[in-house]
Design a protein around this ligand. Structure first.
Ligand SMILES: *[C@@H]1O[C@H](CO)[C@@H](O)[C@H](O)[C@H]1NC(C)=O
Ligand SMILES: *[C@@H]1O[C@H](CO)[C@@H](O)[C@H](O)[C@H]1NC(C)=O
Ligand SMILES: *[C@@H]1O[C@H](CO)[C@@H](O)[C@H](O)[C@H]1NC(C)=O
Length: 450
């Protein structure tokens, strides 16, 4: 029995290995068991999307994928450049198809058979969260592996995950052009992290007997080689200079008993909901209709997290009192309000706002959560710079009746999660959150040697 000298190697990799986009294990020898995986997270400056990179197949095809914690699986567009000798289609009616919640049996029409376009293949429905549409995709298994470092040398820790289940969409297979519409330039698909049997954390945990957990540390900058992390398999979470797992507070992850999409079915939602009991501004409770904070029998209401929504969306009846209270408290601090800049509802002259280690010195916002813990949102996560002298409160009005059949009252967006460590524990169903790492002089945008 060989054990892994985990912390020493983790330390080495995180601080000194040539690791741009490296999926690591404690050894390259497949007989050894990896302790956890780490994937880099990049922020696209234009779309504000967060993405990572993996390799698929033999020979490996590099895929840059947008991270969507709502999506149920990994999907990518597979053109003629995906010709893999290690690909196996998942057939209709098999156990694996059932596990993937196959919704159709696919034939390869209008194209010669190729990797990702075969007959009698299990089909699911990949969702494009920006175009808000879906198509059928082929479920298949192939080797998932890491990228090479940019120096051209294969990282010492490269791990090959055999028979990883994902979904591929052949371009214009169903006459659908531009399935990647809305994804940041160069992105080839979506890495889904929802609570399903075939999401990346679940598959890796099952294959390598890891803790069924993943953690997100979204970067707040798009600067070259200042990257965030997606950890799969549990801590420790080395974010220089700390193991950030010690900063985590915990609150239960709730299951919305109703399907909340993207595909509506009879199953409970696979999204991540948390129980917000109240919202405080500078320590005082904001007067909102609390029934909007809980999930009702139809699945409406409540609070969920999303990595593809750039700024937190509040139901109008929460948004308005929150913005009003914020504006009042800001005025007490002699912060000057200026004309609002869409999509934001309250903007201020940044020259009248002081600075702190946690960003602009503005009223704090607390999400008071089940378990008596509070997720405090400081200026770095609440204020968005829209021009040289203007900072806006970075929340948006989600409206009274969003276009979806299920209306969630609060959707916590990417900007509010940046430089916060969030750990999703899929078995204990709890969310660990750190609040701003800036308080500890750490961040999610840390240096990687490339
Ligand atoms: C796919 O690869 C195989 C062998 O690796 C090769 O024989 C075949 O021509 C390739 N197909 C395409 C469409 O490139
Ligand atoms: C795949 O299915 C299509 C449509 O039914 C059919 O025309 C084609 O012959 C099939 N190909 C093979 C190799 O079975
Ligand atoms: C609070 O919100 C619920 C759900 O939207 C609604 O049915 C109820 O009428 C609201 N109560 C008040 C006092 O506005």
């Amino acid at each position: 029995m060989v054990t892994c000298p985990g912390s020493i190697i983790i330390h080495f990799f995180l601080f000194s290995a040539p690791l741009l986009s490296v999926l690591w294990s404690c050894s390259s020898v497949s007989a050894l068991k990896p302790r956890a995986f780490i994937l880099p997270i990049e922020k696209d400056p234009t779309t504000l999307q967060y993405s990572t990179s993996i390799d698929m197949g033999t020979p490996p095809l590099t895929l840059d994928l947008v991270i969507d914690i709502r999506e149920r699986f990994l999907w990518f567009e597979c053109g003629n450049d995906y010709n893999s000798s290690t690909y196996y289609p998942v057939r209709c009616g098999t156990k694996k198809c059932k596990k993937a919640k196959g919704t159709a049996c696919i034939t390869c029409t209008n194209h010669p058979l190729k990797t990702g376009c075969t007959n009698n293949t299990c089909g699911v429905d990949p969702f494009n969260p920006f175009g808000e549409f879906f198509v059928s995709g082929d479920v298949g298994e192939d080797i998932l592996s890491s990228l090479h470092s940019t120096s051209g040398a294969r990282a010492p820790s490269t791990l090959h995950v055999p028979r990883f289940v994902s979904t591929c969409v052949y371009p214009d297979k169903f006459g659908v052009e531009g399935f990647l519409q809305g994804l940041a330039k160069g992105k080839k698909g979506v890495l889904g992290l929802a609570r399903t049997a075939i999401s990346l954390p679940t598959q890796l945990a099952a294959k390598y007997n890891l803790e069924p957990k993943f953690a997100l540390c979204l970067p707040s900058t798009s600067k070259y080689n200042k990257l965030g992390d997606l950890f799969v398999g549990g801590g420790p979470y080395y974010l220089p200079p700390h193991d950030a797992s010690k900063f985590l507070s915990y609150t239960p992850i709730l299951t919305n008993p109703q399907s909340t999409g993207p595909i509506f079915d009879a199953d409970p939602s696979s999204e991540y909901f948390i129980d917000v009991k109240s919202i405080k501004l500078d320590g005082k409770i904001v007067n909102v209709n609390t029934s909007l904070l809980s999930i009702d029998r139809q699945g409406n209401g409540g609070c969920k997290l999303s990595t593809v929504v750039p700024y937190t969306k509040f139901h109008t009846s929460i948004y308005q009192p929150l913005v009003n209270d914020f504006v009042k408290q800001a005025a007490l601090r002699k912060i000057k309000r200026v004309t609002s800049v869409a999509p934001f509802g309250a903007c201020f002259d940044s020259r009248t706002i002081g600075k702190t280690v946690t960003g602009p010195n503005v009223p704090t916002i607390d999400l008071v959560l089940k378990g008596g813990v509070q997720w405090r949102i400081y200026g770095a996560n609440s204020m968005v710079k829209v021009s040289k002298n203007v900072l806006c409160l970075g929340f948006v009005d989600g409206g009274l009746e969003p276009g979806s059949p299920i209306a969630t009252s609060i959707v916590i967006g990417g900007y509010q999660m940046e430089d916060n460590l969030l750990e999703f524990d899929l078995v204990s169903s709890k969310l660990g959150f750190s609040s701003s790492l800036l308080l500890h002089m750490a961040s999610c945008s840390h240096f990687r040697l490339v």
